[in-house]
Write a protein that binds this ligand. Structure first.
Ligand SMILES: [Zn+2]
Length: 401
């Protein structure tokens, strides 16, 4: 009881410290949207046993929307609470659908920026899969920077090296022609300062090209991707707020668009002259989207609560132990009773989800199980799951979350 009331006091304290200005444009014309009392700080850090997974620390999530630059962010985010260690596992490179996306991207970038023979730096390279692919496709040399890099898998690519560190001033002799930074910016409490630092790095020249990729907040809103809201993501960029962020930090935008079935945004830029950016959004549709998102969020959570309570949650599995799956089991009432999270990534299997302690298993372990339902977290993987379930002889209902 003591511990529980202490936890409540902590949460109340957090609620007082909600951020009142936008981390991109610094204005304060904000709308408040959905909020969660407690979600795990670190969705992608799976635990070795159920007890430590259940004891994983959680934080408050309050989605705020900036009407000036169309940016979304967690106004309750506390910087420094998440440790990105080697337990941090978010690689998607075990899915054929994702591998095809990365191959296309590597091909396009190596042609567009003539990367053959050049030096590439990948910031927040994770396990290094993307950089290796980009270098082997283009014939470039690469250096990956990531504090969570772990040299434990995959074939080494001779022209690629990895440094367990941040790409900071300690590396003035690393002078990249091309810098990629995928799915990092949304984790940073102060994205503008982060981008300014990159631009000012002593190794960055006037012709260094930057490729920045983040999840697309408009996809989250339009397609009700509420399972994409996770504590690790402070920011949810829209095309407009991503552009405002880059220009405010002193970049000249070369190209911008959406990819991966509209789920990602990318922006390509090079250092430009510092300028004053007018953040004002031109879209009037966003207020309506936010409003609809709020209502649909509540309806969707209630729908899943009813769905699970009319079935046996223990005979239900969630396919995909990435952030969406972890958010799902933590947010939906009864979600903690779900039998397992299924994932094709062998590095996740045998581990446990933070918050609920749900075990993560491989598809093969489902063979012969009397499953009622398979909840698919990402609609892009539905066909893959249908095929896998067929091969395993499962007759469960397959339903997208
Ligand atoms: Zn803003």
């Amino acid at each position: 009881m003591q511990a529980r009331s202490a936890a409540r006091e902590t949460r109340e304290l957090v609620a007082i410290r909600l951020r009142g200005d936008c981390p991109v444009c610094r204005r304060n014309d904000l709308l408040q949207s959905v909020s969660f009392e407690a979600i795990p700080f670190s969705c992608n850090s799976l635990h070795p046993d159920a007890d430590s997974a259940i004891a994983a620390p959680t934080g408050q999530f309050v989605l705020a929307f900036c009407r000036s630059c169309e940016h979304f962010f967690n106004a309750a985010f506390e910087d420094g609470r998440i440790g990105y260690t080697q337990n941090y596992e978010n690689s998607l490179h075990f899915s054929p659908r994702f591998v095809a996306f990365v191959e296309d991207l590597a091909g396009r970038l190596s042609t567009a920026y003539a990367l053959d023979g050049k030096l590439l730096v990948d910031i927040g390279c994770g396990k290094g899969d993307f950089l290796k692919r980009l270098c082997s496709t283009s014939g470039a040399r690469g250096i990956g920077f990531d504090r969570s890099f772990e040299d434990n898998r995959g074939e080494a690519v001779a022209s690629v090296e990895f440094i367990n560190d941040w790409f900071g001033d300690a590396y003035p002799d690393v002078k990249p022609d091309f810098v990629s930074c995928r799915h990092v910016l949304e984790h940073i409490a102060n994205p503008i300062a982060f981008l300014q630092e990159l631009r000012a790095h002593p190794g960055v020249g006037p012709d260094t090209v930057f490729y920045i990729e983040v999840p697309n907040a408009l996809y989250t809103l339009r397609d009700m991707g509420i399972w994409d809201l996770i504590y690790e993501h402070v920011s949810y960029f829209t095309p407009h707020s991503l552009r405002v962020a880059m220009e405010t930090a002193g970049f000249e935008v070369l190209d911008q668009g959406a990819s991966y079935g509209d789920q990602y945004l990318f922006i390509e830029a090079k250092p430009g002259e510092p300028r004053v950016v007018t953040p004002f959004s031109k879209s009037e549709k966003i207020d309506a989207l936010v409003d609809r998102f709020d209502r649909t969020y509540r309806d969707k959570v209630a729908w899943w609560r009813d769905y699970l309570s009319n079935r046996d949650p223990e005979r239900t599995v969630v396919w995909g132990a990435g952030s969406k799956g972890i958010t799902f089991v933590n947010i939906v009432p009864e979600g903690a009773r779900i039998g397992a999270l299924v994932d094709v990534n062998p590095h996740k299997q045998g581990r446990f989800a933070p918050g609920t302690g749900t075990p993560v298993v491989g598809p093969e372990s489902l063979r012969g199980k009397p499953l009622q339902s398979i909840v698919v977290m990402n609609p892009l993987y539905r066909d893959e799951v249908v095929q896998a379930a067929h091969k395993l002889g499962l007759s469960a209902e397959i339903i997208v979350a």
